[in-house]
Design a protein around this ligand. Sequence first.
Ligand code: FAD
Ligand code: NAG
Ligand code: NAG
Ligand code: NAG
Ligand code: NAG
Ligand code: NAG
Ligand code: NAG
Ligand code: NAG
Ligand code: NAG
Length: 567
Amino acid sequence: MKSLASSLALLLCTVFGHCSKSPVCRNTPGSPGYPSLAAWHALNATVSGRLVSVVPSAKYCASLPGGACTDDQWTSALFRSTIPGAMDQVNWEQGYDLNPPSLCLRNATTCGQGAVPIYSVEAETVADIQAAVKFSSTHNLRVVIKSSGHDYLGRSTAPNSLLIHTHKFQNVSFTDSFSIGSENMGSAVTLGSGVYSHTLYEQGKANGKTAVGGAAATVSNAGGWVQGAGHSALSPTFGLGADNALEFHVVVASGHLLQVNHISHPDLFYALRGGGAGSWGVIVSATFRAFPTFNATSSIIVLIAENDTVASALATVHAQHIFDWDSVHAGQYFWSLKNTSGDGFSAFAVNTYMPNTTASQSMALLAPFLNASLALPGVSLLSQQFTYGDINDALYQPDDSVGSNVVLGSRLIPAAAYRDSPETIGKVYKKLLDGGATEILGHLVAGGKVAENAKISSAVHPAWRTAKTHLVVAGSWEDSASLAEIRQIRQFFQTVQVPILEEITGPNAGAYSNEADLLEPNFQTTFFGPNYAKLSAIKRVYDPEDLFIVGAGVGSERWDEWGLCKV
Ligand SMILES: Cc1cc2nc3c(=O)[nH]c(=O)nc-3n(C[C@H](O)[C@H](O)[C@H](O)COP(=O)(O)OP(=O)(O)OC[C@H]3O[C@@H](n4cnc5c(N)ncnc54)[C@H](O)[C@@H]3O)c2cc1C
Ligand SMILES: *[C@@H]1O[C@H](CO)[C@@H](O)[C@H](O)[C@H]1NC(C)=O
Ligand SMILES: *[C@@H]1O[C@H](CO)[C@@H](O)[C@H](O)[C@H]1NC(C)=O
Ligand SMILES: *[C@@H]1O[C@H](CO)[C@@H](O)[C@H](O)[C@H]1NC(C)=O
Ligand SMILES: *[C@@H]1O[C@H](CO)[C@@H](O)[C@H](O)[C@H]1NC(C)=O
Ligand SMILES: *[C@@H]1O[C@H](CO)[C@@H](O)[C@H](O)[C@H]1NC(C)=O
Ligand SMILES: *[C@@H]1O[C@H](CO)[C@@H](O)[C@H](O)[C@H]1NC(C)=O
Ligand SMILES: *[C@@H]1O[C@H](CO)[C@@H](O)[C@H](O)[C@H]1NC(C)=O
Ligand SMILES: *[C@@H]1O[C@H](CO)[C@@H](O)[C@H](O)[C@H]1NC(C)=O
């Protein structure tokens, strides 16, 4: 409910032009303060013609010769990154909740603007970013920032907004001695905020180095990834992305470019490392620790379980063996994927990275788990593959397969739960599968160095430091789903799955803010834990007018779902 005072302020502002310093709503097309066409043209001139109109990806595809994108294009994250309005999970381009709903579905004959921005500054220089930031605050516009468009919470798009797109910031530079003041921080790599993780691995290999980065091909390490915490198969060895960040260059709401590190603006440095993507300013580049490259064995083992009872027994066995690989600081992704075409079978895939470990050593470390799994009635081995070589090659992926409608929910699972009660983990898998979950994605990306790094003062949720895994449940739908069905799937994590996961974690557990549910009711504690009050205070210093608001981000409790009006 709007308060009387804010309604009055809105009336004074819209009818009499007496706009207070903090208006209730941002300007949108049709409101008196919205920039004129001449003002947009002036911005376009300032940014050297890099202001573009934005359309949803389906409309962009319809404008191509032939009138459609191929399936390969539609599902390619690299292709999508060339479309300013595209999100990788296309549901975020839709305005399901707008009144009336505004949709733009693939191959549809009609198309609304959905939840995509109106204009984008396809920034190439710091000055472009500064011009877009200043224009937005002068004209009280809704701003969104996007690098890759990977965001699982849709935080890099919003209706009626101006997009600041940092995709073109593709510089990568390695150094053996990165200085902060007079301090030599050693080997480091500076990444522009458009650099894909696979570019880091490619350049790392060329330079004999590596760094902590995402498992995907096109996630932007210096964009949303590091601000959320940033997990990696190398996290048990080297810590989280945020733990390895040394410095940022950021354009803040005032339009100033700040150099941010442990000496310069240390409060903002704290916030940028785990305080949530998109809430602090526009990152131009981030510098991370780099390490000499090394060889590793990466492996993938695919098991088949005959039914959900067997799949959950397999999850218990996996939980019982999860500490087997600690001696080599392994990182691992483990998925339970149900065969939705109805035979009741599911796959359990285990993808493991073991630094400085040969293939035969790696097989030996995985053998007890594999043996115990195959000893279960109803489990069979579909395939296994072990590859030894440069870690950069192991982590390199050519592209990400995206372009569908996906929402996630997640919890960080404490190491203590694995130690004390691995059977509970299996039981929870059973309940999730029985309840209709088709994908349960496990990430063994904590423990080891992530736990040791508990002493670092940053906004990383302390639940990361005691976690063993990050467990994600995905929901998806086809374009043919009705709005009611979509609403139900979007709410499924909160209504059905959280109470099940709490059988492992207890109430008030933490979650990884980058791979989570936008609709978390207590996002402040779930995503930021005890750090929220400090983050709110830092936000008031660097973004006093709430220029940078994202869903479930710091300060978003003051705004509606779209970040358009104060509540
Ligand atoms: C296929 C896939 C695989 C993934 N794998 C991993 C993984 O291995 N490890 C992991 O930790 N996470 C992973 N993620 C999650 C990933 O960390 C988040 O999606 C993250 O938000 C991506 O950041 P981005 O900048 O690439 O995405 P975007 O959608 O471009 O942006 C995400 C958020 O960051 C903000 N942002 C983007 N650019 C900037 C900038 N220049 N300055 C300030 N804010 C900015 C946006 O406003 C938005 O809030 C994966 C996601 C996908 C879809
Ligand atoms: C901005 O200017 C460029 C170059 O003149 C032009 O191609 C583009 O259409 C303009 N953008 C908008 C939104 O008008
Ligand atoms: C859309 O059109 C493309 C190209 O004609 C086709 O490959 C694809 O299957 C269609 N997709 C849907 C969802 O209709
Ligand atoms: C990228 O690197 C080039 C060459 O070193 C430099 O001229 C340019 O300013 C850099 N761009 C950014 C945004 O840092
Ligand atoms: C899924 O089940 C269907 C129907 O029983 C079967 O034909 C198909 O091979 C199964 N797929 C996998 C990946 O097991
Ligand atoms: C791998 O082994 C080399 C040689 O012993 C060592 O210098 C390096 O630190 C190790 N790297 C990792 C990630 O364990
Ligand atoms: C696994 O089983 C095989 C054959 O059943 C056996 O040879 C091997 O020793 C077992 N390994 C472990 C680690 O239990
Ligand atoms: C699941 O499969 C196992 C192994 O084949 C079998 O013993 C069990 O009865 C099956 N359970 C159900 C519910 O089908
Ligand atoms: C890494 O593995 C390659 C073979 O893939 C080998 O040629 C190279 O010597 C190994 N490097 C180290 C440091 O062991």
